[in-house]
Structure formats: structure tokens, C-alpha cells
Design a binder for this molecule. Structure first.
Ligand SMILES: *[C@@H]1O[C@H](CO)[C@@H](O)[C@H](O)[C@H]1NC(C)=O
Ligand SMILES: *[C@@H]1O[C@H](CO)[C@@H](O)[C@H](O)[C@H]1NC(C)=O
Ligand SMILES: *[C@@H]1O[C@H](CO)[C@@H](O)[C@H](O)[C@H]1NC(C)=O
Ligand SMILES: *[C@@H]1O[C@H](CO)[C@@H](O)[C@H](O)[C@H]1NC(C)=O
Ligand SMILES: *[C@@H]1O[C@H](CO)[C@@H](O)[C@H](O)[C@H]1NC(C)=O
Ligand SMILES: *[C@@H]1O[C@H](CO)[C@@H](O)[C@H](O)[C@H]1NC(C)=O
Ligand SMILES: *[C@@H]1O[C@H](CO)[C@@H](O)[C@H](O)[C@H]1NC(C)=O
Ligand SMILES: *[C@@H]1O[C@H](CO)[C@@H](O)[C@H](O)[C@H]1NC(C)=O
Ligand SMILES: *[C@@H]1O[C@H](CO)[C@@H](O)[C@H](O)[C@H]1NC(C)=O
Length: 435
């Protein structure tokens, strides 16, 4: 019995050991399967389980992949360290939708955009840090009214060297039309570059791009935080009076290389923060008191007036006087006359009133003056002659009668003599007596 008892537990132990091994094998097998499925779902690139992973991916709806932090759209170059993305000279026709979220500076120059649609830079989540956007030279024609929506940090925008036909006043207002009115308060734009944005063939001031631009600048509040505005190379001939009145924080205004013939009554007095005003390379002939007074009243201003065709006539006198006094004008001693010919290249600050022909206006030249004078003298003499005749009309009448009588007497005497001469008898007599 004890033997049986003794053998019994041993046999039972052997059976239990086999079961344990089986269970272990099962567990191991189960464990391998479960671990392999978990690895396949976590790393789809694993080659050994590609079939199972593919089936699992196709079964689920594709989860919207947020671009991983290091992602860069194919045609662009990205630098996370510099927070900069460059998509330059790639002839791109649209803005890639998957720009990295860290971007602060985006160069999108030298492309073929043509149209910038609404929300062109909107993405989810938004490009919350994008501060500088350079779209220059990208053949841009139409900028939609909410093209720059969802760019809460945009500070600097360069649209230069694009033939802008359509520029909406709401483009810069942080989503003017679609969002609520307090959208204007969000306008963070500080620097706007609109150099050389005239479409070819559009020189008329009343063209879309110009009137669009004026509307943009004047739309209340839209650009009220603007500090720098560049408008060079746009063939402006004159500017509307209130063009810059809604830009109270403006410090730098660049209007060089236009065709401004004067500033007319352009209102500058609201620009109390203005520090630089570039009017170089225009067609200015003179500046009048209305402008000079406004310029002189701005406390921190420096003005550039280089390369303008100043006309050194009496009209320049006020400006010359101002120029001698002021210290607003950069390099004022280099400004010089362009016309008239005899004054060409004379420095403006060295002109005095005798140079500027401000004497009594002489309407005609000296030779003509002498002819006019001669005419007047002759007319006077004629008038005096007629007057004398009129005053002496009685004496003249008498004198005329006297002459007539004298003539008649003379004629009668002549007749008498003729009659005597005609009578043959008397002729003979007289001839005899003569002999
Ligand atoms: C862009 O287009 C111009 C002509 O339109 C071509 O000369 C240039 O090679 C193009 N650049 C790229 C990057 O495709
Ligand atoms: C924008 O890019 C153009 C072309 O590279 C460059 O000339 C211009 O200075 C840039 N604008 C700004 C504001 O940096
Ligand atoms: C730009 O807009 C104007 C008017 O809205 C339209 O006539 C023109 O075709 C547009 N240009 C482009 C390139 O879409
Ligand atoms: C307007 O915008 C402000 C914040 O910009 C927001 O708090 C408010 O709810 C908005 N109002 C409406 C009517 O959308
Ligand atoms: C713009 O100017 C061009 C050339 O001066 C002219 O032909 C065109 O009609 C103008 N367009 C508008 C809308 O005034
Ligand atoms: C001046 O502006 C014209 C366009 O109006 C442009 O063609 C020219 O290159 C500009 N010149 C300079 C020196 O910037
Ligand atoms: C500009 O100044 C005038 C008076 O000098 C004022 O009536 C007007 O409201 C000002 N405009 C702005 C936008 O501040
Ligand atoms: C311009 O202002 C100066 C100084 O205030 C004054 O002497 C001059 O007469 C003014 N010129 C005109 C045309 O009003
Ligand atoms: C004005 O300047 C000319 C030379 O530029 C000089 O000959 C003349 O004496 C000056 N007249 C006065 C009043 O200063």
C-alpha cells in the first residue's frame, strides 16, 4: 500500500508536470501571438507582419495625421531652429496646406500664385506664431478679402512686386467680413510693403489696385497699428488728401520712386509719430506753405527730398526760406535746381530772393514793352490832335470859309482874266498896248 501510495504521488507529479509544460507552451504561444499583434499595430513598417497590419489599417478609418513636428512640405526648406520656412522660386501655384506649426517667418517669393483665396494660410491648428510673411514677386493679382485670416500674430507682410489688380480693404483686418466687428482690434500688422504693385498698363489713379489700396489704408482701424508703410515704385502722381489719416502709429513712410508732382493738401498732421518720410526720386517742383507747416510741426521727422526736379522760380521762395532754417531735411545742401536752364544745379540753400525773380511780375519781354509803349504814345498823340480839332471847331470853320472865299475870289479873278483874254478885241488891244 505504501508502495502504491508512494508511487501514486510520483505518478501524479509526473502527470502534473506534463500538464504544466503544456500549459506553459500554450501560454508562451498565446503570449507570442498577443505580443506580435501589439507590435504590428504599433509599428506598421515591420516587414514580418505586413499583411496583418495592412488589413488592420484598411479596416479602420484613416486617423487625420497631425503633421509631426519635424514635417516640411516637399517643395520648401524648413529650419525649426530658425523657425523659418522658405518656398522660394518654385513656381508654386498655391500655398501648401501642411506648413509646420513652429513657423514664424515664411518666405513664399518667386512663385506663380495669381490668386490668394480666402483663408489661404488657415490650418488646424492655426499657424499661431507666423509673424513675417513675404509673398513678393509671386505673380499675385487678386488678394481675397480674408486671405490672411487665422494668422493672429502676423506683424510683417510683403506683397511687393506683384501686379495686384484686386486688393480688398478687409484683407488686413483679421477677417473683416466673416468674423465679428471686434476683429479689427486684432489687427496686429505693423509693417506693410506694397512696393511696385502696379499692374503693367495701369497708370491711372482710378484703377482698381490704387483705389483698393487707398480704401485699405483708410478703412478705419484696419491698419491702426501700422508702423511702417512702403509704397515706392507705384507711379503715383498725386495722393488723396486723407490717404494716411487713419494710420496714427505710422513711423516710417516710403514714397520714393513715384511720380508725385506735388503734395497738394495731403494731410500729414495726424501722423504725429512719423520719423522718416522718403519723397526721393519723384517729380516735385516745389513745396508750398501748407505742406511745409505740417512737416515742421511733426516732432521727430526726417525727410528725404533727393532727386526731384526743383523749379527755381518765385514759387520756390517759401521752400527755400524754410530749407535754410529747418533741420528736418537729410542732406539739404545737396538739393539743387533743375529748371530753368540758367539755374540748373544751383544749390537751393544758396539761392536768394534776387535769384528767384520775385520782383513785380513782368508779363512781356523788353522789346515787346517798347512796342506797346510806342503804340500808347501814338494813340495819345492822335487823341490830343482830335481834341484840339474839336475845341477849335469854330475857328477851323472860319478858317475853312476864309480859304473857300479866298479860293472863290481867286477863281473869279481868274475867270475875269480868262474872259478878257478870250475877247479878241480886247486881246488885240492889249497886245497892241503891250507892244
Ligand atoms: C519656373 O518657371 C520658369 C519659366 O516660367 C522656368 O524657367 C523655371 O525653371 C521654373 N522654375 C522651377 C523651379 O520650376
Ligand atoms: C522679401 O523677399 C524679397 C525677395 O527675396 C526681398 O527682396 C525682400 O527684402 C523681402 N522683404 C522683407 C520685408 O524682408
Ligand atoms: C481677379 O478678380 C477680378 C475681379 O474680381 C476678376 O475679373 C479676375 O478674373 C481675377 N483674376 C484672376 C487671375 O483670378
Ligand atoms: C467676437 O470676438 C470675440 C473675441 O475676439 C469673442 O469673445 C466674441 O464672442 C465674438 N462675438 C461674436 C458674436 O462672435
Ligand atoms: C486702368 O488703366 C488702364 C490704362 O490706363 C485703362 O485702360 C483701364 O481702363 C483702367 N481700368 C480701370 C478700371 O479704370
Ligand atoms: C522705380 O519704379 C519703377 C516702376 O514704377 C521700376 O520699374 C524701377 O525699377 C524703380 N526704380 C528703382 C531705382 O527702384
Ligand atoms: C485726423 O485729424 C483730424 C483733425 O486734425 C481729425 O478730425 C481726424 O479725426 C483725424 N483722423 C484720425 C483717423 O485720427
Ligand atoms: C509762407 O509762410 C511764410 C512764413 O510764415 C510767409 O512769410 C509767406 O508769406 C507765406 N507764403 C505764402 C504764399 O502764403
Ligand atoms: C544773391 O546771390 C548772388 C549770387 O548767387 C549774389 O551775386 C547777390 O549779391 C546776392 N544778393 C543778395 C541780396 O544777397
Amino acid at each position: 500500500m505504501p508502495a502504491g501510495c508512494a508511487r501514486g504521488p510520483a505518478a501524479a507529479a509526473a502527470v502534473g508536470d506534463r500538464r504544466l509544460r503544456l500549459a506553459r507552451l500554450l501560454l508562451v504561444l498565446l503570449g507570442w501571438v498577443s505580443s506580435s499583434t501589439s507590435t504590428s499595430s504599433s509599428s506598421p513598417s515591420s516587414s514580418s507582419t505586413s499583411s496583418s497590419s495592412l488589413s488592420s489599417v484598411s479596416a479602420q478609418p484613416p486617423p487625420q495625421p497631425p503633421p509631426p513636428p519635424g514635417h516640411c512640405p516637399a517643395p520648401c526648406e524648413c529650419s525649426e531652429a530658425a523657425r523659418t520656412v522658405k518656398c522660394v522660386n518654385k513656381n508654386l501655384t498655391e500655398v501648401p496646406g501642411d506648413l509646420p506649426r513652429y513657423v514664424r517667418t515664411l518666405f513664399f517669393t518667386g512663385n506663380h500664385l495669381a490668386v490668394l483665396p480666402a483663408s489661404a494660410f488657415a490650418s488646424r491648428p492655426p499657424l499661431a506664431e507666423l509673424a513675417a510673411l513675404n509673398l513678393s514677386g509671386s505673380h499675385l493679382q487678386n488678394v481675397s478679402f480674408d486671405a490672411f485670416e487665422h494668422l493672429p500674430s502676423l506683424r510683417q507682410l510683403d506683397l511687393s512686386h506683384n501686379p495686384l489688380v484686386v486688393l480688398s480693404p478687409f484683407s488686413f483686418s483679421g477677417g473683416g467680413g466673416s468674423s465679428n466687428a471686434s476683429g479689427l482690434d486684432r489687427s496686429s500688422l505693423a509693417e506693410l510693403f506694397l512696393n511696385n504693385i502696379l499692374p503693367p498698363g495701369y497708370s491711372d489713379l482710378h484703377n482698381l489696385s490704387f483705389s483698393g489700396m487707398v480704401e485699405v489704408l483708410q478703412s478705419r482701424g484696419a491698419l491702426r497699428n501700422l508702423v511702417r508703410l512702403e509704397l515706392s515704385g507705384n507711379n503715383f502722381i498725386s495722393l488723396p488728401q486723407e490717404m494716411f489719416s487713419a494710420l496714427p502709429k505710422l513711423k516710417h513712410l516710403d514714397l520714393h520712386n513715384n511720380s508725385l508732382v506735388g503734395l497738394g493738401n495731403l494731410a500729414l498732421s495726424n501722423l504725429t509719430q512719423l520719423e522718416t518720410l522718403d519723397l526721393g526720386n519723384n517729380a516735385l517742383k516745389t513745396l508750398y506753405n501748407a505742406t511745409l507747416v505740417q512737416l515742421q510741426a511733426l516732432p521727430n521727422l526726417r525727410v528725404n527730398l533727393d532727386s526731384n526736379p526743383w523749379r527755381c522760380s518765385c514759387e520756390l521762395a517759401d521752400m527755400v526760406a524754410w530749407l535754410k532754417e529747418t533741420n528736418l531735411v537729410e542732406g539739404k545742401t545737396t538739393l539743387s535746381c533743375f529748371s530753368p536752364e540758367k539755374m540748373r544745379n544751383r544749390p537751393l540753400v544758396k539761392l536768394n530772393s534776387s535769384d528767384l525773380d520775385c520782383g513785380p511780375p513782368s508779363l512781356v519781354d523788353p522789346l515787346q514793352t517798347s512796342y506797346v509803349f510806342l503804340g500808347i504814345v501814338l494813340a495819345l498823340i492822335g487823341a490830343i490832335f482830335l481834341l484840339v480839332l474839336y475845341l477849335n471847331r469854330k475857328g477851323i470853320k472860319k478858317w475853312l470859309y476864309n480859304i473857300r472865299d479866298a479860293c472863290r475870289d481867286h477863281m473869279e479873278g481868274y475867270h475875269y482874266r480868262y474872259e478878257i483874254n478870250a475877247d479878241p478885241r480886247l486881246t488885240n488891244l492889249s497886245s497892241n498896248s503891250d507892244v
